[in-house]
Design a protein around this ligand. Structure first.
Ligand code: ADP
Ligand code: XUL
Length: 525
């Protein structure tokens, strides 16, 4: 029996999934989540983000992520799972966030003392105490400078797969190098969240995979190598500070002695970690072109696999590397779960009450529309937050519930048109995919059946499946992705939500109105 372990270090929590793969016998053996705010309150995060007076700034704590990993490994060790059967471990992490390490990092993580907690030992390895994360919107100036330096937004998108985005790692590095030149000078290695956590597991600096590397505005999307023009436009002597790029199935090394001696883990293979969306691509079974998945996590994302890169001419979407070696298209809206939660909190509702609001209001909301920019938005780009309401009574709970969900689904549909995929089925994942009323709006807006998956945390499952794939490859087998995901990535048939033709027609019209409202609001910004 072989066991594979996957982690997902997402914005708000760390999840672990252990899967068993023995021939056709495939099952999830363990699934655990640790929410940062509640499990590690000493860091003072809210929804996984450190408090900051500037609404454009969003950072988190790399120490907290490390402590969460240490604690989760301890929990897995005492869960009764047969650790000796673990063959490989991989992970998924929120994308774009960056961790800045000094010259002490390499020797410290190589010689971790198994008698002391991890977090006590890594205190002095950071050249910057916090890590900017994907919710940060403070780098507009750096984006403009990088764009100008590489010859414009279209040129940067052709080179790296995306125009410059505030949350992408390159603009974040530029801001750090400029605001804290001493800290930058002391920085020996800049990791993504994914490669940082992989490094802690392996006991040495891990590489970055093309799935997460393409979220930096630094990687040549076609050659999957660092792009010199982008590096030069970003910060001095950047190349030597970046980890190498390696395929998503690269074996980083063996689990470091710390984990073996402290918790009794075996010398399992550590496989390169990737971003949560690339991992979700695997965990939702999007291993063929022509299907899409929508993840309703902290961010709302829509993505699908591409065999050849296709750049969004409107500049809203991204092309990333896929962990299969192909590409993936992606649209990301920041005002996802936290916007839904804000409406819920305003009216004192629980999720049942939120769903009731959707059931009690007609599709189309009687013409009421919301532009749900509770926080700065990524798609479409809105730096100054502010919710807009059109014919929508701000005091009407049910109408506001419907308005936020309809707006989110219409925005995802509108800004994914460039992908040119006609879908008949959408796989829904992420925390809010548990909500059937939300999925009904998704089905009606996209005119597609919506399925939930048996394993809800597709990013974490995708990481475990990638560990299995890479382990088999390293043994000389060349497994087909369909075979890797078989038995795990199955739509739960009873959860299928079908579009209602009358609602589809209505949303067709509403989409045009929404598009016009959005365009008008963007013009006024
Ligand atoms: P992430 O992986 O980005 O941390 P998750 O995919 O775990 O996020 O989703 C967490 C979110 O799921 C919570 O912030 C919450 O708003 C949302 N959620 C959980 N249950 C429901 C529900 N029944 N209806 C709508 N949203 C829900
Ligand atoms: C994708 C993005 C988010 C984060 C957090 O580009 O910014 O989806 O990966 O989940």
């Amino acid at each position: 029996m072989s066991i594979y372990l996957g982690f997902d270090a997402s914005t708000q929590s760390l999840t672990a999934i252990a899967i068993e793969v023995t021939g056709s016998r495939r099952q999830v053996l363990l699934e655990r989540t640790l929410g940062y705010d509640d499990a590690l309150p000493g860091y003072g995060t809210r929804h996984g983000v450190l408090p900051n007076d500037d609404p454009l700034v969003a950072t988190s704590s790399p120490r907290m992520w490390a402590e969460a990993l240490d604690r989760m490994m301890g929990e897995i060790a005492s869960s009764g799972l047969d650790l000796t059967r673990i063959r490989a471990i991989s992970g998924s992490a929120q994308q774009h966030g960056s961790v800045y390490l000094n010259a002490d990092a390499a020797p410290v993580i190589e010689q971790l003392d198994a008698t002391r907690p991890l977090v006590e030992q890594i205190d002095r390895i950071f050249s910057r105490p916090d890590a900017p994360i994907w919710m940060d919107a403070s780098t507009a100036a750096e984006c403009a400078e990088i764009t100008a330096s590489v010859g414009g937004a279209a040129a940067l998108a052709r080179l790296t797969g995306s125009r410059a985005f505030e949350r992408f790692t390159g603009p974040q590095i530029r801001r750090f190098a400029r605001r804290d030149p001493t800290g930058y000078a002391r920085t020996e290695r800049i990791h993504l969240v994914s490669s940082f956590l992989a490094s802690l597991l392996a006991g040495h600096h891990a590489p970055i995979d093309p799935g997460d590397g393409s979220g930096m505005n630094l990687m040549d999307i076609t050659t999957r190598a660092w792009a010199p023009a982008a590096l030069d436009a970003t910060a001095p002597e950047l190349l030597r500070r970046l980890p190498p790029l390696a395929p998503s199935w690269a074996v980083v090394g063996e689990l470091a002695p710390y984990w073996q001696h402290r918790y009794g883990f075996p010398r399992a293979r550590v496989i390169a970690w990737s971003g949560d969306n690339p991992c979700s691509l695997i965990g939702t079974g999007m291993v063929r072109e022509g299907a899409i998945a929508i993840s309703l996590g902290t961010s709302d994302t829509l993505f699908g696999l591409l065999h050849t890169p296709r750049i969004d001419p409107t500049g809203a979407g991204h092309v990333f590397g896929a962990p299969t070696g192909d590409y993936m298209s992606l649209v990301c809206c920041r005002n996802g779960s936290l916007a839904r939660e804000q409406v819920r909190a305003t009216f004192g509702l629980d999720w049942a009450g939120f769903s009731r609001g959707l059931r009690e209001t007609p599709p189309g909301n009687g013409g009421a529309i919301m532009l749900p920019w509770f926080a700065p938005e990524i798609t479409p780009p809105v730096i100054e937050a502010g919710v807009r309401r059109f014919a929508l009574d701000p005091g009407n709970a049910a109408a506001n519930v419907r308005a936020v969900v309809e707006a989110q689904m219409l925005a995802l549909a509108l800004h994914s048109r460039w992908m040119q995929v006609t879908v008949d089925t959408i796989y829904a994942t992420g925390g809010a995919a548990a909500n059937r009323e939300i999925l009904q709006v998704m089905a009606d807006v996209h005119n597609a059946e919506v399925c939930q998956l048996a394993v809800g945390n597709s990013a974490c499952l995708g990481a475990a499946l990638r560990a299995c794939h890479a382990d088999r490859l390293a043994d000389g087998d060349v497994p087909a992705w369909e075979d890797v995901i078989a038995g795990f990535v199955a739509p739960a048939a009873e959860t299928r939500v079908r579009p209602v033709p009358a609602h589809v027609a209505l949303y067709d019209d509403l989409a045009r109105v929404y598009e016009a409202r959005e365009a008008e609001a963007l013009r006024r910004l």
